[in-house]
Design a protein around this ligand. Structure first.
Ligand SMILES: [Zn+2]
Length: 377
């Protein structure tokens, strides 16, 4: 008989932890095309029935696809279209599997963050891309550790197009922005979210100030100065804002190196495939799913500073940032082969939860995104 670590029913007393005795009783079978005959079980507390499939990343899947393959391709920057061609699956099926993998990655990342032993200065900078069209640029602030290039969190903001435009473009922009209202203060909100989460993860302590490194954008300063943690700081809870001129050469000795590095990685993978890959055109919620998997893949799957450590033991950015090795290994294994993460058992940041629940708004789209019921349990 199989044993299960918890009851999948979020309202059951055994959802967070199951007892030691055999609480799940076998109860009949069902047959699926993809997996054949599957044993059903019943929880003796809530009487809900389930099977080993309920705990599987392939829950409700009609057609199994190699998940490690999808991760490897996405993290190396392969476009959605190329992936769909090479794996001979539809774009819809691919999106569904990416959603599953991203939720899994988000859950595992939150576990790793809770056990991080390291401390580092934090760089935050906005990666600029666009959604749906050039008229809807987006800015994605990414909070990344200054010395280990480990990504803590990221958010998203839609803004209006700026810079020089022809008269016709200006007229089009006016018309679009009249019809499609954008969130006010989105830039500040997205920066604040990543900053607040970074502060929670490594609060300042005596002799160990929280050092925030950004460029000289006045928005950043404004947000920081309104933060209670900044205004009420004492000598024991020091918050230091180190601003770096964007004119400085983007070398390894630039304090914003980590931000420049991840920006370049994203550009490199974006340049090849333009819109379809980790950056996103038609739909922000889907785009954030792909971007999350890409960025978390950077943390846990990519070797730390590929060029600088040629031939050396391949340490990941996560390890370099103080995530215990066993947890990094757990991330790698459980991402594609572990027990499916349940939202009700996760402690997520505001932004990660929004990604999980696909609540990022696409400019011009009013309908909520579709989310299968199992993803919200
Ligand atoms: Zn139960």
């Amino acid at each position: 008989m199989e044993s299960f670590p918890f009851c999948p029913n979020p309202h059951c007393v055994w959802h967070s932890n199951a007892p030691d005795f055999a609480w799940a009783k076998p109860k009949g079978f069902y047959t699926t095309k993809a997996f054949g005959r599957v044993q059903r079980y019943q929880c003796s507390a809530c009487h809900r029935t389930f099977s080993s499939q309920t705990f599987s990343l392939a829950y409700y899947v009609k057609r199994p696809v190699a998940l490690p393959d999808i991760v490897a391709r996405l993290v190396s920057g392969e476009s959605l279209r190329a992936m769909s061609r090479n794996l001979a699956v539809s774009l819809n099926l691919l999106s569904n599997r990416i959603d599953r993998l991203t939720r899994q990655a988000i859950a595992l990342h939150s576990i790793c963050l809770a056990s991080r032993a390291g401390y580092d200065d934090i760089c935050i900078d906005g990666f600029v891309s666009f959604d749906t069209s050039q008229y809807f640029p987006s800015e994605i602030p990414i909070a990344i550790t200054a010395h280990s290039q480990f990504i803590l969190d990221f958010s998203h903001a839609s803004r209006r197009r700026s810079g020089t435009m022809t008269a016709a473009q200006k007229a089009k922009a006016r018309e679009l922005y009249r019809r499609i209202p954008l969130e006010r203060g989105a830039l500040a909100r997205s920066f604040r979210e990543t900053l607040v989460h970074a502060l929670q993860l490594q609060p300042p302590a005596p002799y160990r100030p929280f050092v925030l490194i950004t460029d000289e954008k006045p928005d950043y300063q404004r947000v920081l100065h309104r933060l209670a943690a900044f205004r009420t700081q004492t000598e024991h809870t020091r918050l230091v804002h180190w601003t770096i001129s964007s004119k400085l050469p983007r070398t390894l000795s630039n304090p914003l190196f980590s931000s420049n590095y991840i920006d370049r990685e994203l550009r490199k993978d974006l340049a090849h495939h333009h819109r379809e890959t980790v950056c996103f055109n038609r739909n922000v919620a889907n785009g954030m799913m792909r971007l999350s998997l890409y960025l978390l893949g950077h943390n846990y799957l990519k070797p730390f500073r590929i060029r600088a450590h040629k031939g050396a033991h391949p340490r990941t950015h996560a390890e370099a940032a103080g995530i215990p090795v066993q947890l990094v290994q757990h991330f790698v294994q459980a991402l594609t082969g572990g027990i499916r993460a349940f939202l009700s058992r996760c402690t997520l940041s505001e932004t990660m939860r929004r990604t999980w629940e696909k609540r990022w708004k696409t400019p011009g789209k009013t309908k909520a995104e579709y989310i299968p019921k199992y993803a919200l349990a």
